[in-house]
Each structure stands twice: as structure tokens, then as C-alpha cells.
Design a protein around this ligand. Structure first.
Ligand code: AKB
Length: 343
């Protein structure tokens, strides 16, 4: 642990992940934000340079959490640390510990921090389309866009974890210690977004089921053959990473009285795997992209919705993606991966 501040600070867990990179870049760019970057892996030098303090440790480590409590004054948390859907299926109990118990630990720190400084701690939680569970591809196609209260029957440990943590956050925000006699101070202002698959031009994902899309694009840009484990006609919602980061900050900054929910869908475009392949082949002439469907991972993709209804996010806090499908590829992803792998 390096750095020590009692000034109002923002904690970012999972700082070294894809979303963490984008968020810390944006927070640092806004200026006058004291960022505490926490990750179980070493923090990239570029992120450390933008952070007031860096912590390499496990959110399940009580000693680390006690030091967080004693050494920092935290007014906002972006709790991004998680084991994603595919990796969680190989170690479901470990995923539960990290994804659920880790989140519980952070919510408790948030409550204790708020009782110290008297203001609510704004807690951002990244949920996922993995909380949905459509029974079969025909139903998935018939249903089309799902709303937040529909089809929440996840079939992965990760999806179960994310759905339960949404309820945990709602409990901490609205019902924590509801029978206690003492007057409650501060509290947790819990806000969550159910992200679609995210595609970044500057980082490569790990451990997700939606990773087939960014993996395909990054492989094509490097001239490496890629075989999609998802069938060409199968669709799930996706979003360019910059829109995801903008949405996080927009929801975080929204006045509480504008919000009718704690948890919101957001969407942008929903290509079939074959559409992403066609774009990659168009842009990278030597690309070799085929299909080696993995029935078990395909079943996870088939349980996720074809699209989401994000009208509540648009109405409550002005969500509006900048990148539709063509702009995402033409103006962000293709130029970005070409630059990343330019020889
Ligand atoms: C995953 O594939 O597990 C994540 C997600 C869709 O939440 N990218």
C-alpha cells in the first residue's frame, strides 16, 4: 500500500482491469479527484501515476480492509473487481467468495466510512446481462429486448453473484440494520448498471463469455487465426468501452432524486458473431476467422438476451450511447486496434 490521505477519496477496485483502466483515465482527466487504485495484481505504471494511492491486495483480506478504513476517507467507490462468467464456471466457489463476499466487505466499509464522515458513500456496482436467463434461443429471439424486472433467472455462478449483489446493494442502501434503535448517519447510495458485452480497442478481456467479440477483433488485427466458440447467427448486446465509462460517470453524478431504480440496463448495438467476423475480414485482409462452437459456452450466450430495454436509463439520467455499431467499429475499434498492433 502506497500513499496515505485523509482527503475525500474515490476507491476503484479491480483498477487494473479493462473497465478500471478506462475509468481511472477518465476520473484523472476530470482533475481534483483523489483516486485509490486497488487490485489483486500490480497496478500498471500509467494508472499508478494517475492515482493518489495504490493498493495491491485481496478485497477478501480483512487486514487490508481495516487499513483502508483507517488510512483513507472514502466518499465514493467503484467496485469493479470480479471473476467473470467463464472463469467463474471453473471455480464457482472462489467466484462466490470474490464476487459476493468481496462486495459485502466493500459495502460494509462504505457504511462505516459514511458513519465516520456523515455523508452517504456513492457506491457504483457493475452488474451484467448475465443476470438474465432465457430458456432457449427461440424464446430469446421472440422476447427481444428485456426489461430490468424480466427473465432474471441466471444460469451462471457469475450471473447469480451479480443478481444477488444487486439485492445486497439495495439492502445496504435502504434497509441496513432496519431494526436498530440508533439513528442512522450517512449510508450507502448504491447504483448499478447491467453491462452488455464490452469491447475495448486498448485492452483485451479475460475470463468472460462475451470475450469472443474483442478476441476476434484483436486476433484479426495481429494476423492470428481465431475460431469463435459462438455460432455465427447468435446475438447478444455489446457496447464500446468509452460509452460504458461515460455511463458509469453519468449515473454516478446523477442527482439521487432523478433515479427511479438502483439497477439499470444500458445497450448500444447487438451484432451476431458473423457480423463481427465480416467487419474483421473487411478490415484485416489476411485475417483467418472460423467457428469452433463450444456447446457449453454457447448455451451461456443463448441464455443472455438478444437486446435490452434501456428506456429507464435514458429517462432517469440521460443515458445516450455515442457509438452505434458502425461508429463503434469505424471510428473507435478498428482505428484503435490498428494503432495498438501497428508494427
Ligand atoms: C462476461 O462475459 O462474463 C462479461 C459480462 C457480459 O458481464 N463480459
Amino acid at each position: 500500500m502506497s500513499g496515505h490521505i485523509r482527503k475525500p477519496a474515490v476507491l476503484v477496485t479491480g483498477a487494473n482491469g479493462e473497465m478500471g483502466h478506462g475509468l481511472i483515465d477518465r476520473l484523472a482527466g476530470a482533475g481534483n479527484v483523489h483516486i485509490i487504485a486497488l487490485d489483486v495484481r500490480p497496478i500498471d505504471a500509467g494508472l499508478a501515476a494517475k492515482s493518489t494511492a495504490t493498493i495491491v491486495g485481496d478485497i477478501l483480506d480483512n487486514r487490508l480492509l481495516e487499513r483502508l478504513q483507517s488510512e483513507f476517507e472514502i466518499h465514493a467507490m467503484f467496485h469493479l473487481a470480479a471473476l467473470l462468467s467463464t472463469r467463474a464456471e471453473f471455480t464457482p466457489e472462489a467466484a462466490h467468495r470474490v464476487n459476493v463476499e468481496g462486495t459485502l466487505h466493500l459495502l460494509k466499509i462504505a457504511i462505516e466510512q459514511s458513519q465516520w464522515h456523515g455523508a452517504p458513500v456513492r457506491f457504483f456496482f457493475p452488474s451484467s446481462i448475465a443476470v438474465y436467463g432465457l430458456p432457449d434461443p427461440a424464446t430469446k429471439h421472440r422476447v427481444g429486448r428485456v426489461r430490468e424486472h424480466e427473465w432474471t433467472m441466471p444460469i451462471t455462478m457469475y450471473g447469480c453473484n451479480k443478481l444477488y449483489c444487486e439485492h445486497l446493494g439495495r439492502y445496504y442502501a435502504n434497509h441496513y440494520r432496519q431494526l436498530a434503535a440508533d439513528e442512522k448517519r450517512g449510508g450507502v447510495d448504491f447504483r448499478a448498471i447491467r453491462f452488455p458485452g464490452l469491447i475495448s480497442a486498448v485492452t483485451v478481456p479475460s475470463g468472460g463469455t462475451s470475450d469472443f467479440a474483442p478476441e476476434m477483433l484483436h486476433a484479426a488485427a495481429q494476423g492470428k487465426p481465431y475460431y469463435s466458440f459462438v455460432r455465427e447467427d447468435r446475438k447478444i448486446p455489446f457496447m464500446a468501452m468509452p460509452d460504458a465509462i461515460t455511463a458509469i460517470l453519468k449515473l454516478h453524478d446523477a442527482p439521487r432524486e432523478r433515479l427511479t431504480k438502483c439497477v439499470y440496463n444500458i445497450g448500444s448495438f447487438n451484432p451476431a458473431a458473423g457480423e463481427i467476423r465480416a467487419i474483421a475480414l473487411r478490415e484485416f485482409k489476411n485475417a483467418e476467422i472460423g467457428y469452433l462452437p463450444d456447446d457449453k459456452r454457447q448455451a451461456i450466450v443463448d441464455s443472455w438476451p438478444e437486446d435490452v430495454d434501456d428506456s429507464a436509463a435514458r429517462n432517469d439520467w440521460g443515458f445516450m450511447p455515442e457509438y452505434d455499431q458502425s461508429r463503434a467499429f469505424d471510428e473507435y475499434l478498428i482505428p484503435g486496434v490498428k494503432q495498438r498492433y501497428a508494427r
